[in-house]
Design a protein around this ligand. Structure first.
Ligand SMILES: Cc1cc2nc3c(=O)[nH]c(=O)nc-3n(C[C@H](O)[C@H](O)[C@H](O)COP(=O)(O)OP(=O)(O)OC[C@H]3O[C@@H](n4cnc5c(N)ncnc54)[C@H](O)[C@@H]3O)c2cc1C
Length: 533
């Protein structure tokens, strides 16, 4: 058993920012865990395009207006204003001053502002096309320098410890649901420990891996929403799963993201026979239309003409040396897959990319459960509404990671206020001897990914969603039996969470009959008529 003032589950940009802000108080002991052996591994690591700030002829009002426009009428104006006003301060304070990140500058030393879809200004800071890697290196190094932060790898949170759920006291039923930490699986020792904390911050990232085609790495399997849901937290906007329009469609490199910045720098979408089609779908924005519009346009072209992919041409738009300098990682990854982007167009398909919804939180990252905070992609601050504006999620992780830490600092007691350990039951593994069969875990995971891609994907309907829910429920029963009778493993924890998270998304999608942003129901009428395809 471990006792700590604050337990942070996940060390991507959101969790790491919260930890660094809390660490300013030397009296606080902060424990931050990741299920990965390498703490850099996270969605944050793969961010390419960059992070939004205020460009040269820009201000908070313009940025907030672009966020609201992309969000298809469902973004919270308060959240957009908060991010637009506080974001640049946090970026400077955390990423530049603490993590030491050097964003790209021109020959004269001026910051180079990138352009991305649906931004009315050039305002994206980047480190080549490897911004996320640079951010994770800086943040993890800063965490390791903080004497009151313990960073533990190979530690998978299994479930939140909440009262009354885990309390032995029958009178706890009359109290509001309160979080006291988490049960954490030590992947090396194969045992589950109680991590008791005065405040718990969920920062587990996204759920793209619930889908067959995704840009997300394997860890993005929805652990956070699943744990929060089991504990009784409010989850909102789960149906708004954003599909990135352009993931590489080349054997062996599927899902590798071709950043929006490629279109921002002039890249054009073409059908395999060379037809530029975006003007047919979005006459005003064309290739720089919001993501949901571009992703559906590609999906529609692929379905209508039975294309296996479409093309993204940057080769004929920029000189080869500019392409290599601006997109070194994309250039290298495509070359590895046999495509030289300085000479030929890139084959692309849409792929699940980002969860706009999640654990409902307020402006301080507080969830509906006492002492449980959620920050970053696992949360729903309302910022992204029905469709996230490109390059705003890293900044959201920074702003809300910081704000949650501020709130904890002011209002949550230290480990001294924890329930005594004998009030929290230990994890009971008695009688579990069988090891989980990896073939079953992989097979069930693939079933979930297929169901989600085909029935809860870019184009949805009541029939598809009902079918998905029926099949997922059946699978959930099977998995739960398996879970109750098998020794725990990280894969089994992930599978149990994946089916729970998939059901959360599918049920939210069935419940919401109105097409909006990235939730498109072919059996309904959208309020955003001009954005329908
Ligand atoms: C390919 C790609 C490109 C992107 N490009 C951009 C971009 O250019 N700009 C932008 O703003 N956004 C971009 N995004 C989105 C952005 O990267 C993410 O939304 C953001 O990084 C999420 O940060 P986070 O801290 O919430 O989660 P993550 O960075 O995903 O971190 C999650 C953490 O939780 C841990 N974890 C998960 N489950 C458990 C568990 N059960 N127990 C313990 N630990 C757990 C993980 O190991 C990890 O440490 C991109 C995303 C992808 C996939």
């Amino acid at each position: 058993m471990l006792q700590t003032d604050v337990l942070i589950i996940g060390c991507g940009i959101a969790g790491a920012t919260a930890a660094l802000r809390l660490a300013r108080n030397p009296e606080r002991q902060i424990t931050i865990i990741t299920r990965e052996p390498d703490p850099h591994e996270s969605n944050t690591r793969y961010a390419q395009g960059g992070i939004v700030a205020h460009g040269a002829d820009d201000d908070a009002e313009l940025l907030a207006a672009d966020i609201l426009a992309a969000g298809a009428g469902a973004s919270s104006p308060k959240a957009a204003r908060l991010l637009a006003e506080e974001g640049p301060l946090r970026l400077n304070e955390v990423l530049v001053e603490i993590a030491g990140i050097e964003f790209d500058r021109g020959a004269g030393g001026q910051l180079m502002w990138g352009q991305e879809a649906a931004h009315s200004r050039r305002r994206i800071l980047h480190v080549g096309d490897g911004t996320g890697e640079a951010i994770m290196r800086g943040l993890i190094a800063a965490l390791r320098r903080a004497p009151n932060v313990t960073l533990t790898t190979n530690a998978t949170a299994v479930d939140l410890i909440t009262f009354p759920h885990h309390s032995r006291d029958p009178l706890a039923a009359y109290q509001p649901i309160t979080c006291h930490g988490a049960y954490v699986f030590d992947r090396d020792g194969r045992t589950v420990h109680r991590y008791l904390a005065a405040a718990t911050v969920l920062a587990t990232g996204g759920l793209g891996r619930l889908y067959l085609n995704t840009t997300n790495p394997p860890g993005a399997r929805g652990d956070g929403p699943a744990m929060a849901h089991r504990a009784g937290a409010r989850i909102v906007n789960a149906e708004y799963v954003q599909f990135h329009p352009t993931a590489l469609a080349a054997p062996g490199a599927e899902g590798f993201l071709i950043s929006e910045a490629v279109r921002g720098e002039g890249g054009l979408l073409l059908s395999p026979d060379g037809r530029a089609f975006m003007a047919d779908y979005a006459p005003k924005w064309k290739d720089l239309a919001p993501r949901d519009v571009v992703a559906r346009a590609i999906h529609h072209e692929m379905e209508k003409h039975s294309y296996s992919h479409v093309l993204l041409d940057i080769a004929s738009r920029l000189p080869a040396e500019t392409i290599r300098a601006r997109f070194p990682n994309i250039h290298a990854a495509c070359l590895k897959a046999g495509i030289d982007i300085t000479h030929e167009p890139i084959p692309v398909v849409p792929a699940a990319h980002y969860s706009c919804g999640g654990v409902a939180v307020d402006e301080w990252g507080r969830s509906s459960i006492e002492n449980l905070y959620a920050v970053g992609e696992v949360s729903c601050t309302g910022l992204h509404g029905a469709n996230r504006l490109a390059s705003t999620s890293l900044l959201e992780g920074l702003v809300w990671g910081h704000r949650a830490a501020q709130h904890i600092e002011l209002s949550v007691g230290q480990a001294g206020s924890l329930p005594s350990p004998d009030r929290v039951p230990s994890w009971d593994e008695s009688g579990l001897v069988a090891d989980a069969d990896p073939a079953l875990i992989q097979g069930d995971m693939q079933t979930i990914q297929n169901i989600m891609w085909h029935y809860v994907g870019l184009v949805r309907s009541a029939d598809r969603l009902s079918r998905a829910i029926r099949e997922l429920r059946h699978l959930q029963n099977e998995i739960e039996t398996f879970y109750r009778t098998t020794r725990l493993s990280d894969g089994l924890i992930g599978l149990r969470n994946a089916v729970e998270a998939a059901l959360i998304v599918a049920q939210a999608a069935r419940h919401n009959r109105q097409s909006r942003g990235c939730h498109y129901r072919q059996d309904s009428v959208s309020v955003e008529g001009d954005r329908l395809i």
